[in-house]
Every structure is written in structure tokens, then in C-alpha cells.
Write a protein that binds this ligand. Structure first.
Ligand code: ACM
Ligand code: ZN
Length: 706
């Protein structure tokens, strides 16, 4: 193959999303204003276009401005300097809703940051920006009638005392909406009700059943706080908010949230119960009276929106209690909600979290990737998702699936770089799912095209994920062995891996990993993935340590059970515990009991007592060998040496597993546990423990205390 043709093919494969059809001829054509002809052709589907660059001119046809815009995006991706390959393209989207969700409530993002996202979205033919504007941890849209929503609800004091927040003025919102519209992106605002409304309630306590004055929510999760669905004031408030929202957003749909609404307050609220009675909302075999009350509240929202000629879309919980006629459903708890809604002729957008559409989930092993909310949505899983479930296709209801969307909840997306890392390149896979016909999808081919798209991200200063080498059966940076060991690596998608054993940083020219690395002496592995264009991903450093099994302690020198104590205070780190701190002995029967010294309360009222606690005892090692330890508590000491140190990290999915060679018998274990919040994670949510597994075993088990 001569170099010119190679160049052309490289250019051709760079297009994402893959067009409906693309015929490539040998040769290239210069592309410039003079030889490009734009023709309106009403026969081409909305947003579709054709490009004929096989003759002397480049002829672009479309029926809409959006179509011409998308033709330009494709041409830009085909361009090599001022030339494009000779091609004939026919193209139009599979879905009309190609969505991208942003959550500035958990972590605020600037207008410039949103515009940067819009730029990339539009290049890949994403056409809907779902702007999640209100939640428990922040209200982000200026509402003139209720200034406290942003004055109070727009800011939160974090557990460590720092202040986080911000909001968009109405002028800024107009600016974003116009910037998006100029790139053929519709912005759909989300105003959450009746749950996930703590920021609004903090600003206006009269919105809640209990009228209580809340403090800031600086933890993740769904607090047990809700808008009172019985009182008229709530609907008056929502109507006034919507009146300002519709002035800012011309979208056909307004998203009203509706997810994860805690209904315990409604059960006790006389006003809500009176509404249940007056509206005849009776529990039946399918739904509780409170679920029917939620459905009633959603119907009232639908009526408010209808006044302004707008349609309602909400999370799939709006199905509970019965779905109102014109409502559309965003199916996030799997596909069941979407299937149920589409089967009864409701429009649906598919965003199933665990089927790949939540980009706040891991894209590789949690032991090596930066912390996320959990689960695993690899690039391949995202790519393989088909938004039309077979059952709907069989029923002939597939056309009710209007599209697909990635949801980018930002609890653990602390800043722009982390968010981009989580979004790319999975957003490229989303673009292709949303646009390209099923029969044109091909993961291997996509990966080659994706490399071109990643190079464009580099030029635009956008961060993206490159896989990190993982170990089959769970990654660990602290490997131990007695005589000999081998360390194996894999990747979440086909990638070259390069490594060093001399402590130097790997480069593209370092040794290429081809199979397990064998050790008979201690060593250090530094390993990374390398892209086809020579860029390296994050480097892992793995110590491989030859050990003599640590001696066990004679039972006569050990004590039975655990000795534990606590000291009260608000500590971020063990270093914050004063040397003269007063400790109180606490009786516990297991390590996990340290996590029950205070009652877990997801609303975290200020009256709670924060503390640090320690527990010390002996555990049994059943057989001499190498054991791996795992714990999400702050510090674990084994035989008086720090084994696991999770201080100053989010104490979730700890990355500090360690292997130790231990002799059969009793070994000492001590843990330090702090009840606090780091990175929005309330550590009381999970109980502290120390887990271990013998080399070769699959599952971790709690250590057995003597
Ligand atoms: C959601 O993720 N709670 C819609
Ligand atoms: Zn109420």
C-alpha cells in the first residue's frame, strides 16, 4: 500500500459517529469555499446530509441547517490539511435525542467549561444537553422571585469547612442556551421535584412537610427530605419557578426529576395525608398511597408545563403511581421503566445506569482507577449498548425510544479534569450508539477511529481515559512472595503495555509486555498502556517483595477479643487527634462494631458526634503463606506495622491493598477508624473491617479475631 492511500484510509477511519454509508475512492480532493457547493434537498431526513466529493466539486446536500452543520463536522474529521479523500457519504441519525447530561449541583462547573463540552458534543453530533440544575447539594439557576434559592441554596460548607458552590445568572443561562443552539444543541433544563430538593428547602423551609431549617448537604446520597406534596404553596412555588425557566429555555421538554423521592415525611405529614384523602389516592396492589401522591404531584407539574406549551420528561420513578398521558420517561434504573412506558405509547430516552450509560461509573478496575460511585461501565460495554430493547422491537414499539443519553453525575467528578477523564472516550461510543445504524457498528473499527478523535482531544486540551494495566483477579500495588511469583497484566480493551524493572519511568520505547513477569527476588514494576500514537496512560508502580513469613505470636501472649476505645471530635486525619485526647473504652464484639458507635443518619444533622476509634486484637492465619489484605478504614496495622493507609483519600474502594507473607498462627491487628466525610463520602455508611484472602483464593473474608 503506498503512503498516500495509507494516509487516506487513516483519515477515512477517523469519522465518529460512523456515517450510514461511506464509499471511498482512491485519491483526494481539495476542499475550499470555491469548490464546495451547498444544496437544499427536502428529501433528506432532518439532521441528515449527503457529501459527494468524487468529482471536481464537493457537493453537500441537506434539508435542514443542522444537516449542513453535521456535514461540516464529518468533513472536518476527514480533513488532512486542505484535502479530503474522495468519498460519497449518505448520513442521518438513528435517534433524534442524542443526550449528554451535566450535573453542576454536586460540583459546580463554569460557563466556559460548559461551552467547552458543547464544542465537543457538537463535533460528534450530540444534540441534547440535559442540564441538571437543582439538587440536594446545590441550586444552580437564578430565580428572580426566590433569590434565596441561589443566595442560600447555591453554596454549601463542606465537612472540612471549605465552601463550594456557584450558580448561573439568567443572562449566563441565555448565553449557554444560545451557544448550544448555534451548534444545533437543545438544552433541556432539569428542575428536581419532589425529592432531591434539599437546597431549595434549606432556602425556603416552608416548602417541606416539617418546615425544619436544614443545614447544607455535604454528603452524597438521597436525604430523607422532601417537598410537601400536600400544600398549595409547593405548587405555587414550582409554578413560579417554571414560569421563569420556560422564558430561558425554548426546549420542547422540561425535565422535572422525580427520582429517589423519600416518602417517609409524607406518611407522617397531616397536609400530605389530607391531600391523599381529598384526591382519593388509595393504595392498591401495585402502588402505595404515597406513590400515588408523587404521581399526583407530577401530574400537576405536567399541567403547569402545558400552560406554557411544554412537555414533561422525568426519571423512571414517575411511572410509580401511574404515568400521566403526555409524559416522557428517562429510564435509568435499567430498561424496565423505559420498556413499560414505551409499551404504553410514551416517549422514552434510554439511560440505563449499569448497562453503560452512567459515565460516573468505573471504566476499569477500582483498584487502579480514581474513585467513582461504583460499578463498571467499560468502553466496550458502552459501545455494545443498544437503546432499543428486543422486547420493544418485537412489539413494534421501538419508535417510542426517542434516543439515548449518557449521565454524568458529578459526586466524584471533583473538577473539570476528572470529569473529562470520566467522559472521554466513552462519549465517543455514546455518539456512535445514538447516531449510527446498528449494522454499521463495529467495536474494533471504532477503536481505530477513536484514536484519531483522541488526538483531536489532545489538541483541544481535553483530558481522556487511557486504560491502566490491571491484574487478573484484582489489582494490587504491593505484591509479596516467599520463593517465586509471576505478575500478570491485562487491559479493559486491546492496548500495548510498556514497562520497566529498574525504577525508571516507562516510555513508548520501554520493554513491551508480552506475558507474566516472573520474580525470584524483590523488584519494582512500572507499567503503563501506550496508544497507537505514542501517548502513555497513567503509570502504575508495583512493588514485588520477597518475604520471610512473619512469625506468629504464641496464644499465651495474645488476648481474646478486641480492645477498643473512642475519642470524640471532628477529625479529618489521625494527625488531628491531639496527643492529650480523652479516650473512652468501648465494648465491641467485632471490628465492624466501631461503625455503630453512632447511628448512621444520611441527613447528618449537626448534632451528631463525630469521633475516631481504635480497636486492637489478634487474628488467626490458618496456614503459612501469602495473604492479601483489604480495608476501607483509615489505617490498618498488622503486627504493629502500618499495612493499609487510606488517610486523606475517599474511604471507598480503597486502593491500598497489600500482600504479606505470614506464618500460621496468631498475628496482631489494629485499626483506626474515623467517622468523618472526605470527598462527600460519609464514612459511617459502611462498617470498618479488615478483609483477607490467601494467595490464589478468589474471595476476601473478614479476618477471624482470636
Ligand atoms: C438518578 O440517577 N438518580 C436519576
Ligand atoms: Zn407534606
Amino acid at each position: 500500500m503506498n503512503s498516500l492511500i495509507t494516509l487516506i484510509l487513516a483519515a477515512v477511519i477517523g469519522v465518529i459517529p460512523q456515517p450510514v454509508s461511506m464509499e471511498v475512492q482512491e485519491g483526494t480532493i481539495r476542499i475550499c469555499k470555491l469548490n464546495t457547493v451547498y444544496k437544499t434537498n427536502p428529501e433528506i431526513p432532518a439532521e441528515g446530509y449527503t457529501v459527494d466529493a468524487t468529482g471536481k466539486k464537493v457537493i453537500v446536500e441537506a434539508s435542514t441547517d443542522a444537516g449542513f452543520f453535521y456535514a461540516k463536522q464529518t468533513i472536518n474529521q476527514l480533513k488532512q490539511g486542505s484535502r479530503i479523500p474522495k468519498v460519497k457519504i449518505v448520513d442521518y441519525p438513528r435517534f433524534e435525542w442524542r443526550g449528554w447530561h451535566i450535573d453542576p449541583c454536586r460540583h459546580f462547573m463554569s460557563v466556559a467549561d460548559i461551552k467547552k463540552q458543547i464544542d465537543v458534543m457538537s463535533q460528534y453530533k450530540i444534540n441534547t444537553l440535559h442540564w441538571h440544575l437543582t439538587d440536594d447539594q446545590g441550586w444552580r439557576i437564578e430565580i428572580k422571585k426566590y433569590p434565596r434559592l441561589t443566595e442560600v441554596g447555591g453554596w454549601r460548607t463542606e465537612f472540612d469547612g471549605s465552601v463550594h458552590g456557584g450558580f448561573y445568572t439568567q443572562d449566563e443561562i441565555r448565553e449557554v442556551v444560545k451557544y448550544a443552539a448555534d451548534r444545533f444543541i437543545t438544552v433541556v433544563p432539569e428542575i428536581e421535584m419532589p425529592g432531591h430538593s434539599a437546597a431549595a428547602i434549606e432556602a425556603y423551609p416552608e416548602l417541606c412537610c416539617t418546615k425544619e431549617q436544614l443545614s447544607d448537604f455535604c454528603v452524597w446520597g438521597s436525604p430523607d427530605v422532601v417537598l410537601c406534596a400536600g400544600q398549595d404553596f409547593t405548587y405555587e412555588f414550582l409554578e413560579n419557578v417554571i414560569a421563569e425557566v420556560v422564558e430561558l429555555f425554548p426546549s420542547e421538554y422540561i425535565h422535572i426529576g422525580g427520582d429517589e423521592c423519600q416518602k417517609t415525611k409524607w406518611k407522617k405529614c397531616p397536609v400530605c395525608q389530607a391531600r391523599i384523602k381529598s384526591e382519593g389516592l388509595k393504595a392498591d396492589a401495585e402502588f402505595t398511597a404515597e406513590e400515588k401522591l408523587q404521581s399526583y404531584a407530577v401530574r400537576r407539574m405536567e399541567k403547569i408545563l402545558a400552560k406554557y406549551g411544554r412537555k414533561l420528561i422525568g426519571w423512571d420513578e414517575i411511572l410509580e403511581g401511574g404515568l400521566s398521558d403526555g409524559a416522557a420517561v428517562m429510564s435509568w434504573r435499567g430498561e424496565a421503566g423505559g420498556i413499560k412506558a414505551a409499551a404504553t405509547n410514551h416517549n422514552v430516552v434510554m439511560t440505563p445506569s449499569r448497562a453503560g450509560m452512567y459515565f460516573d461509573h468505573y471504566q476499569g478496575d477500582s483498584k487502579v482507577e480514581p474513585v467513582t460511585i461504583g460499578n463498571l461501565n467499560t468502553l466496550e460495554k458502552v459501545y455494545n449498548y443498544d437503546p432499543i430493547p428486543e422486547v420493544l422491537a418485537k412489539q413494534g414499539k421501538g419508535s417510542y425510544v426517542k434516543g439515548v443519553q449518557c449521565n454524568n453525575w458529578s459526586e466524584y467528578m471533583y473538577d473539570e479534569a476528572k470529569r473529562e477523564y470520566m467522559l472521554f472516550p466513552r462519549a465517543f461510543a455514546l455518539a456512535e450508539i445514538a447516531w449510527t445504524p446498528l449494522e454499521r457498528k463495529d467495536f474494533g473499527d471504532f477503536l481505530a477511529r477513536m484514536d484519531e478523535a483522541c488526538k483531536r482531544l489532545d489538541k483541544a486540551g481535553v483530558v481522556y481515559h487511557i486504560p491502566i494495566p490491571e491484574q487478573p483477579g484484582g489489582s494490587c500495588d504491593n505484591i509479596a512472595f516467599i520463593d517465586k511469583t509471576s505478575v500478570e497484566f491485562k487491559t479493559t480493551r486491546p492496548m500495548k503495555m510498556v514497562y520497566t524493572l529498574d525504577g525508571s519511568e516507562p516510555t513508548i520505547d520501554s520493554m513491551q509486555y508480552t506475558g507474566p513477569l516472573t520474580f525470584t527476588e524483590s523488584g519494582l514494576i512500572k507499567i503503563a498502556c501506550a496508544t497507537s500514537y505514542g501517548k502513555l496512560g497513567p503509570v502504575r508502580s508495583i512493588t514485588v517483595s520477597k518475604q520471610t513469613p512473619a512469625k506468629a505470636t504464641a496464644p499465651a501472649r495474645a488476648w481474646k477479643g478486641l480492645r477498643a476505645r473512642r475519642t470524640d471530635g471532628r477529625f479529618m486525619d489521625t494527625a488531628d487527634i491531639a496527643p492529650g485526647a480523652v479516650w473512652t473504652v468501648v465494648p465491641i464484639s467485632g471490628l465492624r462494631d466501631l461503625g455503630t458507635l453512632e447511628k448512621f443518619n444520611k441527613n447528618m444533622p449537626d448534632s451528631l458526634k463525630y469521633f475516631a476509634a481504635e480497636a486492637e486484637g489478634w487474628f488467626n492465619v490458618p496456614k503459612t503463606g501469602v495473604y492479601r489484605f483489604n480495608s476501607d478504614t483509615d489505617v490498618v496495622l498488622i503486627d504493629d506495622k502500618i499495612a493499609i493507609d487510606n488517610r486523606n483519600t475517599v474511604k471507598r474502594f480503597s486502593q491500598h491493598d497489600i500482600e504479606l507473607a505470614l506464618e500460621q498462627g496468631l498475628h496482631k491487628v489494629k485499626i483506626i477508624y474515623i467517622y468523618n466525610v472526605v470527598g462527600g463520602w460519609n464514612s459511617l455508611r459502611y462498617k470498618p473491617d479488615v478483609l483477607m484472602r490467601r494467595d490464589g483464593e478468589e474471595k476476601f473474608k473478614s479476618v477471624t479475631i482470636y
